[in-house]
Design a protein around this ligand. Structure first.
Ligand code: FES
Length: 615
């Protein structure tokens, strides 16, 4: 859309003179938009603008360019982030959309996070990226910002930062990679990375197979090609109303992806003109729609943590959504999308079957169609303007409400004395459904190191009915809550054909992983009062998904006795995680002191809307 320009610069002796009386010291400077927004403070606004122009003209911009709405493009390209390898082409396409619509596109960097290249975990750095995003959006003279993200933690970080900055923001994801192939079977990162590695551990694949598979699991640029965290967050972001619906699933290497980037640039200019900020656009119903989609796609458990962090950045919606909301919506929402890890297919199949457009049309009776989207249309208007016809192929990938893949509650929230503040399970990804109602003796690992040392010990006292418990991987106990919750099946059992066991931890699990796995137990084990922290080998644990219950079957007196004893140990342990968090320097110290628990989003307490204000 062509933006009405402010008064045009005049020309004298071949030099364009600035518009808007920028240097008229007798008049107050017009501020608030474009280059005249967020001036660096020198106590003289005219001089601040003069100086800003001096420097930006070093890049060759004319007065005409500088009079346009300025659309920032966040560049998260990194040579250590293959999920973002297409960012340079996307930037070119966004710029084309911006500039054809009368805006001035300017790119700038923020940090970039890839799952495999972020030690200890990318989640540890998500809050740092959100701070980087928020502060750079706030600091720079930008009328709207296209935020290019993709890999798991980048999109949540950008939404958190964008909502807190509260300038018009338009997420653009890099899109999923294409599937690969090995011996005639399609493959995709990263569900098939895990399945094949488990088969290798069990001895059913040899070293040659695993080496060859390594070449094929990520055959193109883009995010993981299944319904992992990146794909989940892309679908959830579209459901929140932030992007064109095809934008959630178009492959990273497709021309469709570039056209979506151009459209996002075009939209950015009109969103800037409308000053449509995320805090204004989002309402409670936007989040209810996003959670409905999360349940219908069998999305990543990580999205629960991210959505809690995102909603808790919004001053009017903070506290309006809780873990219970996810469970309540799950009870009404069937799993419709047949993608790994809950089903069998890949993101390219979802895209070809209609992607989010097809899914939202199918889910229409469960959605809040009055929620506003980024273009100013309601979700209902977007769907009415884009009809969708179901074809045979698409109804296999996106099932109709009458023939779901799983009747309801693909993600469930459990609670009980073992996790009073709640925990999460992706029930639809359970491989052995009888484990959804199971009691058994605990085999406890104190932390990831303990797990690595003992899980394959032939003398480990474990049977297929045991419940594997991993402590010490919560937000504070192991900063970043590593995705170690998919505890491997002990080799002595996997070699006998056991493929699933009930597993419980205070950490996370990759969105591409599956199994009967309870995650995000809160309070985490490192907290002195945590019941999860006092579970011992042989304690009986009962899990009943139908009743949403997770219990430690130990008397209250014994639990209280253990907690009292442990508090003395934890609070006296100068080298323990609980004490050390007060003493550590740098970002890690900040993280350990300020991170909140999983059910609140594992955000920093001082960044949430309920935290301290700006003044
Ligand atoms: Fe980037 Fe999976 S590693 S999306």
């Amino acid at each position: 859309m062509e933006e009405p320009k402010e008064s045009q610069p005049s020309v004298s002796n071949g030099v364009k003179k600035p518009a808007n009386n920028d240097y008229d010291l007798t008049q107050p400077l017009q501020t608030g938009t474009g280059l005249r927004s967020g001036l660096t403070s020198y106590g003289d606004a005219h001089f601040s603008l003069f100086l800003r122009k001096v420097f930006i003209k070093a890049l060759g911009y004319s007065e005409d360019s500088l009079s346009r709405p300025i659309i920032g493009i966040i560049n998260t390209y990194s040579a250590l982030n293959p999920c973002h390898a297409n960012v340079p082409q996307l930037i070119e396409a966004v710029k084309r959309g911006v500039q054809l619509s009368g805006g001035l596109a300017v790119e700038f960097p923020t940090i970039s996070l890839h799952e495999s290249f972020s030690s200890p975990t990318s989640m540890f750095l998500r809050n740092l990226m959100s701070m980087d995003t928020e502060e750079m959006i706030k600091a720079q003279p930008l009328d709207a910002v296209v935020m290019i993200g993709g890999c798991d933690k980048t999109v949540p970080a950008q939404l958190m930062g964008g909502i807190s900055a509260n300038k018009p923001v338009l997420p653009l994801v890099t899109g999923p990679m294409m599937p690969g192939s090995y011996r005639g079977k399609r493959l995709g990162a990263c569900t098939d990375c895990r399945n094949n590695w488990a088969a290798f551990r069990a001895g059913t694949l040899d070293v040659e197979d695993i080496g060859a598979l390594n070449e094929e699991l990520a055959p193109t640029a883009g995010t993981c090609g299944v319904m992992g965290t990146a794909s989940t967050m892309a679908c959830v972001t579209a459901a929140l109303g932030f992007m064109p619906l095809r934008g959630a699933s178009a492959p990273a290497v497709s021309s469709a992806r570039l056209r979506i980037a151009e459209e996002t640039g075009t939209n950015a200019v009109s969103v800037a003109a409308a000053k449509r900020t995320p805090q204004e656009m989002l309402c409670k119903e936007s989040f209810l729609n996003a959670i409905t989609v999360l349940q219908a796609i069998g999305g990543s458990t990580n999205a629960v943590v991210h959505l809690m962090a995102i909603v808790n950045r919004h001053p009017k919606l903070s506290g309006e959504i809780t873990l219970q909301t996810f469970d309540d919506i799950g009870r009404e929402t069937p799993l419709l999308v047949d993608l790994k890890p809950s089903g069998d297919n890949y993101m390219t199949d979802f895209h070809n079957a209609g992607g989010m457009l097809g899914l939202l049309h199918t889910l229409k009776p469960l959605l809040h169609l009055e929620a506003i989207t980024i273009t100013g249309q309601t979700l209902g208007q977007v769907l009415d303007a884009n009809p969708f016809r179901t074809f045979q192929f698409s109804s296999e990938i996106i099932r109709p409400l009458t023939n779901p893949l799983y009747p309801s509650s693909s993600l469930v929230v459990l609670s009980g004395n073992l996790s009073p503040n709640g925990c999460v399970m992706k029930a639809s990804a359970s491989k052995d459904r009888h484990l959804l109602s199971h009691s058994g003796p605990a085999v406890v690992f104190k932390n990831s190191t303990d797990l690595a040392l003992r899980i394959d010990d032939p003398d480990l006292p474990v049977t297929k009915d045991s419940i594997l418990v991993l402590q010490g991987i919560g937000p504070i106990g192991n900063p970043g809550m590593p995705e170690a919750g998919m505890i491997p099946i002990p080799r002595k059992l996997s070699s006998q054909g056991v493929t699933d066991m009930l597993r419980i931890s205070d950490g996370r699990m990759s969105g591409t992983a599956g199994g009967t796995i309870v995650l995000h137990v809160s309070p985490e084990s490192v907290v002195p009062e945590s019941v999860f922290g006092v579970v011992k080998d042989g304690d009986w644990i009962s899990c009943d998904v139908e009743k949403r219950s997770l219990r430690l079957d130990v008397s209250e007196e014994e639990i209280a006795r253990r907690i009292g004893e442990r508090k003395r140990v934890v609070e006296g342990d100068e080298k323990g995680a609980w004490k050390m968090r007060r003493a550590r320097r740098g970002y890690r110290g900040l993280y350990e002191r300020c991170v909140n628990q999983a059910e609140e989003g594992a955000d920093f307490d001082f960044l949430t809307a309920a935290g301290p204000g700006d003044e």
